[in-house]
Design a protein around this ligand. Structure first.
Ligand code: PLP
Ligand code: COI
Length: 397
């Protein structure tokens, strides 16, 4: 088992009580090294164990599984882990409920907060499976490093998630199009107003049954005034602030009748980046194209679709896509498909794009060969109806 202790970036460990203590011969001996290794193993074993507290009464009977909205219902339990004194400790699964926080909690002031989104599915035989959680774990720790937060070890992120899903397996819906949305998140908990990385954090996983995030094709507005992310910023990370900054420009676009924004680059507003809650993908001939930039979130859905497209013999290109190329392609008919790809969004067709006061209409979503085929394939794979040839389903047993 990998050690539970994680690195605190650019910080001295708090255990340096007496300067020079390790210069005494005893502390340099092999005996001391072995003793210390043993203590670390024992501590890790102790702290890895997940404390379980079951809910006295399940809320499951109150859930209408035929009318699931996104992100409004939460399962009976949640996983909570605390980071303090330079290590993860107190990992527990407890009944879902409110938190008690100091008003000085630094995440509330300075936004040291990151999250992930992934989904668990139920096969016809009742098997519960979670889709590519290793990729979310990897991206979570990438976000953590950028925001000077501790990494979450695999045994808490993946191991804890599997224990939580095992306990709340009855909450995973079975109907095609519905799933159990999993939201891991971490935030700074130090109660202090100095601007510095917190010395303590909470990592929490909540889950809840969901239906579609978008239930109709999207009308997107190309944003040429506001900026989501610039080179050197935090656009690639899944941090809370990226979503806070999107709310005002998105509301303005919604007042014009659009569903979402199509963000463009910060320098010239010439290149397409991503939508507010999903990546963008286009089809031109037999090529699937997705914008590439260090400023966008590198989505797991888009990566999955690229891998499937290549497997099926399509070309897949991750490259800069100018707004002009896209608009010209819609006008001359070479862009035959456009869609948003994301965990919550799954694969949602884009029906119209608004740019500089003009509306550009894409072909009828029902006739889009690649989008419909890949969505069908993803559903078949995730609900266990076909062989998992890529090894992406992680079974919760
Ligand atoms: N871009 C943004 C801004 C998102 O919020 C999401 C959703 O998670 C995505 C892209 C797609 O990422 P993924 O496919 O990993 O869910
Ligand atoms: C997801 O797709 O998991 C997201 O995080 C998008 C969104 C609901 C913010």
């Amino acid at each position: 088992m990998p050690p539970l202790r994680t690195k605190r970036h650019n910080k001295e460990t708090p255990y340096q009580f007496v300067a020079g203590w390790n210069e005494f011969p005893f502390f340099q001996s092999a005996f001391f090294a072995n003793l210390r290794a043993l203590v670390v193993i024992v501590m890790n074993e102790a702290t890895t164990a997940i404390r379980m507290e079951h809910t006295p009464q399940s809320r499951l009977p109150q859930v209408d599984f035929n009318n699931l909205k996104f992100g409004q219902i939460f399962s009976d339990h949640m996983l909570v882990a605390e980071f303090a004194h330079g290590q993860w400790e107190d990992v527990s699964i407890v009944p879902y409920g409110n938190l008690s926080l100091s008003p000085a909690t630094s995440a509330l002031h300075y936004g040291q907060a990151i999250f992930e989104g992934l989904k668990a599915y139920k096969f016809a035989d009742g098997t519960v499976s979670v889709f590519r959680p290793d990729k979310n774990h990897e991206r979570f720790n990438k976000s953590a490093r950028r925001l000077e937060m501790p990494e979450v070890p695999e045994e808490i992120f993946i191991g804890g998630l599997k224990a939580l899903l095992d306990l709340d397996r009855n909450w995973v819906p079975q109907a095609i199009g519905s799933s159990l949305y999993v939201r891991p998140f971490m935030f700074a908990t130090e109660a202090a107003l100095g601007v510095h990385p917190s010395d303590s954090y909470k990592f929490i996983i909540v889950t809840g049954p969901v239906g579609a995030y978008y239930n109709k094709p999207l009308r997107l507005k190309v944003e040429t005034h506001f900026t989501r992310a610039a080179e050197g910023g935090v656009g690639f990370s899944k941090n809370a602030g990226n979503y806070a900054l999107s709310l005002h420009p998105t509301r303005l676009a919604q007042e014009e009748g659009f569903d979402q924004l199509m963000w463009t680059d910060a320098n010239e507003h010439k290149y397409v980046e991503e939508a507010g809650t999903a990546n963008l993908m286009f089809r031109v001939g037999d090529t699937i194209i997705t914008p590439s930039s260090s400023t966008i979130l590198h989505g797991i859905t888009r990566r999955t679709i690229i891998e499937i497209a290549r497997h099926w013999g399509f070309q897949a290109e991750e490259r800069k896509v100018s707004v002009k190329e896209l608009i010209d392609g819609i006008e001359n008919g070479s862009v035959t498909e456009a869609f948003a790809a994301g965990t919550a969004a799954t694969l949602t067709p884009i029906s119209e794009i608004g740019y500089e006061g003009q509306i550009y209409t894409l072909p009828d979503p029902a006739k889009r060969e690649f989008s419909n085929k890949v969505l069908q394939y993803l559903n078949d794979l995730r609900y266990g109806r076909i062989a998992d040839e890529f090894g992406w389903n992680v079974i919760v047993d």
